[in-house]
Design a protein around this ligand. Structure first.
Ligand SMILES: Cc1cc2nc3c(=O)[nH]c(=O)nc-3n(C[C@H](O)[C@H](O)[C@H](O)COP(=O)(O)OP(=O)(O)OC[C@H]3O[C@@H](n4cnc5c(N)ncnc54)[C@H](O)[C@@H]3O)c2cc1C
Length: 410
């Protein structure tokens, strides 16, 4: 890149997992929001395709473009905090971890977080990134406003109160309505968490299923199909049919855990976990009410699929929301993820998992591998046609679509 705001000859882009690679037509790295808007307006008014990269942690080809790939790393930082309404406005590429200290000094915190905190806030919102907790919603659902540049190159400020339908279309829109330069999200009062990580046999987890779901703010678990699965995650005291169970509850400041190995700290210091192995992940959301049945079917399938089903199955819970393309649209979910082993042909195993999820009307995580077709989308997302109508209004030339997205949403 010659100057940071000049279009330049493109290097290849690859995602964190290394399963998505492409060479964009051109790249740009604006240093400010105004520069980003100017580059976007110019490019889109000339009818050239554009996509933005977040932190590259999606497994699906949703960043790919043959046109301009925007690196928004210059657009980071919390811009304003509305303590009374518990709303925070931040530049689009602000990393999840950057909200921790910045919000805490105002007595606020992100309401929930997932397993890692390296994603950009706009990337996390674009795909419905979530943590776990029956009462807790995804990052997308926290979106109450955004500034974006639409497919005609026009800047739009969208707010929940003024345009609720548009906002709900935008909440989980995989970058198809425009490039967001800033987002406003709802947050929580600051809170401390007590973390307990316990190894339980699956029979114990099943016996305590309802209690664990409701007694803890966060309940999630990794179920191990084999001893090797436990070893992959460094859980040498676990083994086949055991689960690593994560339990968090809110505690007062100064709380000191009684048992060795437990932690209590500010919320944002508890959530992130260290991921050692690479993996290629698939994740679907099923009705929470069918949780035990989904788990039972998946357990049988994974035992049958060994050694291909080497990675543990992660099980989480997410509350319902209003996002039109959200996998939690008006449906509380049990969320199940499985992974293929990089370097192997894992597609028939993942396809068999997809067949189980399909029986339970599974909706995909847009950032993780899936087998969804337009025919399936119609039945799974009641606002699918409405979304496509808004998409066409915001981007009549389809400049934010790439082949993967065009196949599903044109
Ligand atoms: C190790 C690991 C752990 C993970 N843990 C979780 C988890 O706990 N929970 C969970 O739900 N998911 C998880 N994920 C998936 C991940 O959170 C999502 O795929 C998320 O989208 C990644 O965010 P990102 O910033 O990397 O965005 P990217 O993957 O770079 O981009 C995601 C999408 O957002 C679009 N986009 C980015 N910026 C903008 C913008 N400014 N305007 C418009 N569109 C934009 C991109 O074009 C793309 O379509 C995990 C992934 C990995 C690799």
């Amino acid at each position: 890149m010659t100057a940071s705001n000049q279009l330049s000859s493109p290097p290849a882009w690859r995602n964190w997992a290394g399963n998505q690679k492409f060479v964009p037509g051109e790249t740009a790295k604006p240093r400010t929001e105004d520069e980003a808007i100017a580059i976007l307006a110019r490019t889109l008014q000339q009818g050239r395709p554009v996509r933005a990269a977040g932190a590259g942690h999606s497994f699906t080809p949703i960043v790919e473009t043959s046109g301009l790939l925007l690196d928004l790393d210059g657009l980071q930082g919390v811009l304003s905090v509305d303590q009374a309404r518990k709303r925070v406005t931040a530049l689009a590429q602000t990393r999840i971890h950057a909200f921790g200290d910045a919000l805490w000094q105002h007595g606020l915190a992100l309401a929930n977080q997932g397993d890692i905190d390296t994603q950009a806030i706009a990337g996390a919102i674009a795909t419905g990134t979530h943590g776990s907790g029956v009462g807790l919603r995804s990052f997308s659902a926290s979106l109450t406003g955004a500034r974006l540049v639409d497919g005609l190159g026009a800047v739009r400020d969208i707010a929940l109160e003024a345009e609720p339908d548009t906002l709900h279309a935008l909440q989980t829109s995989i970058g198809m309505l425009g490039i967001m330069t800033r987002v406003t999200i709802t947050v929580s009062p600051a809170y401390f968490l007590h973390e307990q990580i316990v190894i339980l046999h699956i029979d114990d987890v099943l016996a305590r299923w309802d209690d664990l779901r409701t007694r803890y703010r966060h309940f999630s678990f990794f179920w191990m199909p084999s001893d090797e699965s436990a070893d992959l995650y460094g859980l040498h005291n676990a083994g086949k049919d055991f689960c690593m169970v994560k339990l968090y509850n809110e505690v007062p400041d100064g709380f000191s855990p009684a048992a060795p190995g437990e932690r209590a700290d500010r919320s944002y210091r508890i959530y992130p976990q260290v991921f050692e192995p690479n993996f290629h992940e698939m994740e679907y959301f099923m009705p929470d009410s069918s949780g035990r049945q989904v788990f039972a079917e998946m357990r049988q399938l994974m035992l049958k699929s060994l050694p291909d089903s080497k990675y543990p199955m992660e099980v989480r819970f997410v509350a319902a929301d209003e996002g039109w393309l959200s996998p939690n649209y008006r449906r509380a979910s049990i969320v199940v993820s499985v992974s293929g082993t990089p370097g192997t042909d894992y597609w028939s195993y993942l396809r068999a998992c997809d067949a189980v999820f399909r029986q339970f009307d599974g909706r995909p995580h847009w950032g993780k591998l899936h087998f969804i077709t337009p025919e399936r989308l119609e039945g799974l997302f009641p606002r699918y046609d409405d979304f496509k109508r808004v998409r066409r209004k915001f981007d009549p030339q389809g400049l934010f679509l790439n082949p993967h997205l065009a196949a599903l949403f044109k």
